[in-house]
Design a protein around this ligand. Sequence first.
Ligand SMILES: [Zn+2]
Length: 194
Amino acid sequence: MTLQLMANSKTTMKTAKRTMLTFNRIRPWSPEWNRLGEATQEVLLGFLQEAPVKISRICNALSIKVVAAPLPARISGEIRYNPEDESFKIKVNRYESSNRQRFSAAHELAHYLLHRDLIIKEGSIVDNVLFRSNVSNMVEAQANRLAADLLMPIHLLREYINAHEANQNDDTFIVEMAQDFGVSEMALRFRLGI
Ligand SMILES: [Zn+2]
């Protein structure tokens, strides 16, 4: 390797290291995403091209109805199966914040993508504010991980971080990034591992 090349790669490493210092804990796609299968991933990726990701558009494409409904307090969302026409319907609690409703919709969509048989068997999955429900905590954790992937896909996070590299150390960076992704600051911090 020539000296010039070495100098270049050193500079690159330095830049990369600085970015990674702040964002070295972003996990890639979840195991739940990885097991969706290529055909489903391809359909989903078509909708994961810009932030904020439009969860309702994905649901429309999959013929799942999504409504913001006056659900009881402490219930964030539900997905219900109608055996008569074999359809699925998601309700999110309209009394909760819009970011929260987006997360709930993504969480219920994740149940549809991962746990369709279980929804059909149980008739519905009803999630409280902690995303605990009539099904196991393991199933809930799976839905949360896939929901985070859908709302904050790895490639969009990286793109955003690279595009805003200069502002990365500003106090407001995470707040603005959360706004741009339509998620809570807490959800974003969790996703970024910071
Ligand atoms: Zn759930």
